[in-house]
Each structure stands twice: as structure tokens, then as C-alpha cells.
Design a protein around this ligand. Structure first.
Ligand code: FMN
Length: 226
């Protein structure tokens, strides 16, 4: 049982070196064309209201286009950087191992393709429309295919590894949960259908994103449709 072994071996006391700094950072792809997203909207819905209404949708095939403003609002509330320089989510040792990619299938004013979310609130276009079918093919469940868009959360292990060693796995997953929950609550407030997914072939997704799989891996996917 690997999970037991993993749990025991990633006890924080065994390997953490508190005198070693974390390496927080944000990826950028300056050589790729970037789209500046609209400013995020403020969400006025009450927290109780969204918590009581949140559910995992099963409806993704609708032809309706996803509004850019809704996408910008979702991204900002999930993985954005605030004016005070802090994030909307907590992170172990402020290491911020998460990166976010956006699969744009039907988004208003955004050409179909796969983008990196730059924390300057832009989308950097990594892969054109030809990547769309490859992405849909690596989703396990048919009903989760053909959503208007997807967010992909990856972990860049090196940001937390030197300080936390293998505990970086727990740190990245906990942070992915925070970012995902922020996105799910924002989606509920915006009346967007959403479903978190681990039902995807993660090794194939790493290849599709062309990330260095020794340092960065896809963890978690969010399907979104209106
Ligand atoms: C870590 C995690 C992974 C999930 N992965 C999938 C998935 O791959 N496919 C899917 O259809 N639903 C997935 N879900 C959604 C769950 O099936 C859903 O949350 C559960 O049925 C409870 O329903 P509710 O979210 O509407 O309360 C996932 C949920 C979590 C928290």
C-alpha cells in the first residue's frame, strides 16, 4: 500500500529543513502571443449561498460560448495575484508551486487552443486548435469532454522541494485543493457548470503541455461550461 508508505515517509519532521528558503515563482512564456484578460468582476453573492448551491455538474456539451469576463473572474479568484501582491489561496511556506493552464474550447474572443495563465492576468497561447482533440482524448469520462473550457492545475515541485523534500507533494495537493475550491465557488456564483476531475491521463497531459515532467506535473483539472 503505497499511500501508507507515502504518508509515513512524508512526515514533516523527517526531512524538512526550515533554514532553507522556498523558491516561489511564476512561469511566463514571453515568446508566445499573449491576450490580456478583462479585469475580474467582484462577486457579491454570499458565501453561504454558493456553498449551499455548489455541485458537480454533468452538463458540458452545450454550444454556448463562455464569456471572457467570467473566465477572467474565475481565474483571478482561483489563481490570481491581488493588488497587495498576495494570492487568493494559502500555500505551504508561501512556495506557490501551482501553475494554471487554460484549455479554451469555446471562449468568447479567445481562439481555440491551450494557454498558460500568466499571473499578470494574461493568457499565453502555447498550442493552437490542433491540441484540442488531443486534450479531449486524454479525459477518461466521455461526459466530461467538450466543455467550453478547462483549467489545468500543475505543480512545479522545485519551488517547495529544497525546504520540504517529499512533503512538497502534500503541499502542492493541498494548494491545488484551495485553488480548485476557490474556482468552484466562483463558478457557482457566476452560474457556470463546473466539475473537478482527476479522471485524465496525467502523463499524456504532461506531454501535451510540453512541461518538463521531472519538475512539473499536471495534478487536477476543472471542466467548465455554461
Ligand atoms: C479529488 C476529486 C476528483 C474528482 N474527479 C472526478 C472525475 O475524474 N470525474 C468526475 O466525473 N467527477 C470527479 N469528481 C467529482 C465527484 O464525483 C463529485 O464531487 C462527487 O460525486 C460529489 O458530488 P458533488 O460535487 O456534486 O457534491 C472529483 C471530485 C474530487 C474532489
Amino acid at each position: 500500500m503505497l499511500y501508507k508508505h507515502f504518508h509515513n515517509r512524508t512526515n514533516i519532521g523527517n526531512s524538512t529543513q526550515y533554514d532553507v528558503p522556498t523558491q516561489p515563482g511564476s512561469k511566463a512564456y514571453p515568446r508566445f502571443e499573449a491576450i490580456t484578460l478583462p479585469e475580474s468582476a467582484r462577486i457579491a453573492t454570499s458565501l453561504s449561498d454558493v456553498l449551499e448551491r455548489r455541485n458537480s455538474s454533468e452538463a458540458f456539451g452545450s454550444a454556448t460560448v463562455f464569456a471572457t469576463k467570467a473566465l477572467a473572474t474565475l481565474l483571478f479568484h482561483s489563481v490570481g495575484v491581488r493588488e497587495d501582491g498576495k494570492r487568493m489561496r494559502p500555500s505551504g511556506g508561501a512556495s506557490y508551486p501551482l501553475e494554471c493552464y487554460v484549455v479554451a474550447n469555446r471562449i468568447e474572443n479567445v481562439a481555440s487552443g491551450i494557454y498558460h495563465y500568466n499571473t499578470k492576468h494574461t493568457l499565453e497561447r502555447l498550442i493552437g486548435e490542433e491540441g484540442m482533440q488531443n486534450f479531449m482524448d486524454l479525459l477518461v469520462y466521455d461526459f466530461t469532454k467538450d466543455a467550453a473550457c478547462y483549467l489545468i492545475f500543475t505543480a512545479v515541485w522545485g519551488r517547495a522541494y529544497d525546504r520540504y523534500r517529499d512533503v512538497c507533494y502534500r503541499i502542492a495537493w493541498a494548494e491545488a485543493g484551495h485553488a480548485m475550491q476557490n474556482a468552484l465557488l466562483a463558478a457557482t456564483a457566476l452560474k457556470v457548470n463546473a466539475r473537478p476531475l482527476i479522471g485524465f491521463f496525467n502523463d499524456k497531459l504532461d506531454v501535451l503541455l510540453d512541461i518538463d515532467k521531472d519538475d512539473e506535473n499536471a495534478l487536477y483539472v476543472l471542466a467548465l461550461s455554461v
